[in-house]
Design a protein around this ligand. Structure first.
Ligand code: PEP
Length: 258
């Protein structure tokens, strides 16, 4: 497992290809590269080929926000992990907007996890409870079901190499970010459950937090035990704030080998 802090900016359905290209151009100029931080951009699908040609791959890696689990065939309008191979290093799987707006279930999610791994792309499996589930004390149970549901097709070695993003649904895009001690508890629960299902080595996988992360709050999560990085959405579209998050990751990761 890498000791680098992982920062993944999810741009969601924002920015045209032209805007994305301009944004990366300014980001690239203003961002300092740190050996202990891996910066990943998840732009809209259309911008991926342009950014893949444009970016300094030592500064940024790319991620897909979504893909279809079959490799090829009669699936009009879809893009496969096989087609994304070579363009992206990572891909989000099971983001709460995919689960709740597009009704993706465990069956789709585990097929996508397997498709990403099969095509040499590191999947970032997003898991997290709704506000109602939290109020009913069901967070651990929800995480358990989402982990079992999403990881069922993978081996322990494959699980060890993926990334899990703990993203409580109530914290995404709401400005209502989770308290670091709640994130610590949820991340510990994720690691415990992975250890139980896939063994000690696999439980050392990278776990990151997402949910209304800002430049100001980033440091508190990055210093939280068990948290290996962040998945900011809104804040990743604001140059100053995204830069602040990366600097916070650099500071939090100091002293660790890159
Ligand atoms: C996300 O897109 O996964 C996310 C956490 O968004 P935001 O930071 O805007 O809440």
């Amino acid at each position: 497992m890498s000791d680098k802090k992982l920062i993944v900016g999810n741009w969601k359905m924002n920015l045209t290809v032209h805007e994305a290209s301009l944004y990366v151009h300014t980001l690239e100029k203003e961002l300092t590269t740190h050996r202990n931080v891996e910066v990943v951009l998840a732009p809209g699908m259309l911008a991926l080929p342009t950014l893949a040609l444009q970016i300094d791959h030592k500064k940024f890696k790319l991620a897909a926000q979504n893909f279809y689990w079959r490799d090829e065939g009669a699936f009009t309008g879809e893009v496969s992990a096989h087609q994304l191979h070579g363009l992206v290093k990572y891909a989000l799987v099971g983001h709460s907007e995919r689960r709740h707006v597009f009704h993706e279930g465990d069956k789709d999610i585990r097929a996508k996890m397997q498709a990403a791994v099969r095509n040499g792309i590191t999947p970032i499996l997003c898991v997290g409870e709704t506000a109602h589930e939290r109020s009913e004390n069901e967070t651990d149970a929800v995480l358990h079901d989402q982990l079992i549901g999403g990881l069922a097709n993978l081996t322990s070695e494959e699980v060890e190499a993926i990334v899990i993003a703990y993203e409580p649904v109530w914290a995404i895009g709401t400005g209502n970010n989770a308290a670091p001690h709640d994130v610590e508890a949820a991340v510990a629960s994720i690691r415990r459950q992975i250890e139980h299902l896939y063994g000690k080595k696999a439980s050392d996988l990278r776990v990151i937090y997402g949910g209304s992360v800002s430049g100001a709050s980033a440091g508190s999560y990055l210093r939280t035990p068990g948290v290996d990085g962040l998945l900011p959405g809104g804040a990743s579209l604001k140059k100053e704030e995204f830069t602040e998050i990366i600097e916070a990751a650099h500071k939090a990761g100091k002293g660790k080998k890159a």
